[in-house]
Design a protein around this ligand. Structure first.
Ligand SMILES: C[S@@+](CC[C@H](N)C(=O)[O-])C[C@H]1O[C@@H](n2cnc3c(N)ncnc32)[C@H](O)[C@@H]1O
Ligand code: SF4
Length: 398
């Protein structure tokens, strides 16, 4: 449903709404990458497009528009994601943070994350990013195996990723590693060695994703043409179990399907969004969720950078979608996002939100060992997380 034409201009926060509005975050999407990886279906564009226009104005205009949806702050977390935001001019990052602070106030202990590719993360640049206000860096190492990096189309070496991570760990309050596993030809032993390699770098946070073959990517075409085979389900499941056990033993248990952290090192921005918090989506293709005066609003920005900029500079909102979420959408999101988290969702929150729950079906899933035995909480077990889609479907089914 598109919003009615009565959508207001600047909202003035009223005290009653402040009582129950969730913490506020800002997601800023920088869609440019120095090379496009053949597996990636994010909203990404080649670096030559980054030089083709002055994108700065678009970001400030998008923040101005965001303030018309929710004006009360402070902003607790900012996440620069991509694409490759380590390619962003650090001055732009500093200026955007100053603008966020001016509009909503930026909490003194705000978490300011940025995703980096080892190619654009030499130590001097990392120092500049820190000076611009970044407190947490998430580095896309992807593999600790030279042949796998080549297969993934990565343009950095294993050593470059290691050096960038060691530098990041020394510079930022927090640093995280991204790795992709369950790749073609990867063995269980091979993944165990890569995981040990990663843990030897002493990360306090890791995002460990199983490779997925996404439509409209070069990998999709190559896989469909039989150029490579994906690991079978049993091997992928063994790799998942090994990941859970190895990380937990090293003091980084999972807190979400693909995310592991030492105590107190979970990504606050992502955690807040999985818990149903508010975040503005700024930048081409970015998604946002905000409690506005009318209710919870979902936004999606125009994906093509040129169309997004043209809309904003022309006085538009740069959005391809802005809709009020109905009860059913909100129920589905609460369950879908909440069950990704190891902590799950409290039954009282589900009941307060009016989520219809089939208690018999849930009891059946519990008996099958897929739903955890945690009082007053709906949470999936480690075994259940492998079947998460099927479990959320079952929980949400009428
Ligand atoms: C925006 S990127 C991270 C930063 C930077 N662009 C880079 O690649 O170094 C987000 C992460 O998503 C993961 N990812 C992207 N496509 C994936 C796929 N098809 N399967 C599994 N993980 C994927 C990668 O681990 C990647 O680091
Ligand atoms: S994985 Fe990272 S660097 Fe590669 S295309 Fe995706 S966003 Fe860009």
């Amino acid at each position: 449903m598109l919003l009615p034409s009565s959508w207001p201009g600047v909202l003035v926060a009223d005290a009653s709404r402040l009582e129950d509005t969730p913490a506020l975050g800002v997601y800023i999407h920088w869609p440019f990458c120095s090379a496009i990886c053949p597996y990636c279906d994010f909203n990404v564009h080649p670096v030559r497009d980054m030089q083709a226009a002055d994108w700065r104005a678009g970001y400030f205009l998008a923040l101005e528009h965001a303030q018309t949806m929710r004006a009360d702050g402070p902003v607790e977390t900012v996440f620069f994601g991509g694409g490759t935001p380590s390619l962003m001019p650090p001055e732009l990052i500093g200026d955007l943070l100053a603008d966020i602070d001016r509009r909503w106030g930026l909490a003194a202990d705000a978490e300011i994350s940025l995703e980096a590719n080892p190619v654009s993360a030499p130590e001097a640049r990392l120092q500049n990013l820190k000076a611009a206000g970044i407190t947490r860096l998430s580095l896309g190492a992807q593999a600790f195996d030279a042949a796998a990096l080549k297969f993934l189309g990565r343009t950095h070496s294993l050593e470059q990723a290691e050096d960038a991570f060691v530098a990041a760990r020394g510079i930022f309050d927090r640093a995280s590693l991204d790795l992709i596993y369950a790749r073609p030809d990867q063995t269980l032993d091979g993944w165990a060695r890569e995981l040990e390699h990663a843990l030897a770098l002493e990360p306090a946070h890791m995002s460990l994703y199983q490779l997925t073959i996404e439509p409209n990517t070069p990998f999709f075409t190559r896989h469909a043409a039989g150029k490579f085979d994906m690991p079978d389900e049993a091997l992928a499941a063994d790799m998942y179990e090994l990941t859970q056990e190895t990380c937990a033993a090293a003091g980084l248990p999972a807190y979400e399907v693909s995310n592991h952290a030492r105590d107190g090192h979970a990504c606050r921005h992502n955690l807040a969004s999985w818990r149903g918090g508010d975040y503005f989506g700024i930048g081409p293709g970015a998604h946002g969720r905000v409690h506005a005066a009318q209710g919870r609003v979902a936004t999606e920005a125009l994906a093509k950078p040129a169309a997004w900029l043209e809309s904003l500079v022309g006085g538009g909102d740069g959005l391809s979608e802005k809709r009020l979420l109905g009860h059913e959408d909100m129920h589905a999101e609460t369950v879908l996002l909440g069950l990704r988290l190891v902590e799950g969702v409290s039954m009282s929150r589900l009941e307060a939100a009016g989520v219809p729950l089939d208690k018999r079906r849930i009891a059946g899933l519990r008996e099958a060992g897929l739903i955890a035995e945690i009082p007053h909480t709906l949470a999936v077990t480690q075994a259940g997380r492998l079947l998460l889609d099927r479990i959320t479907d079952a929980v949400l089914a009428d």
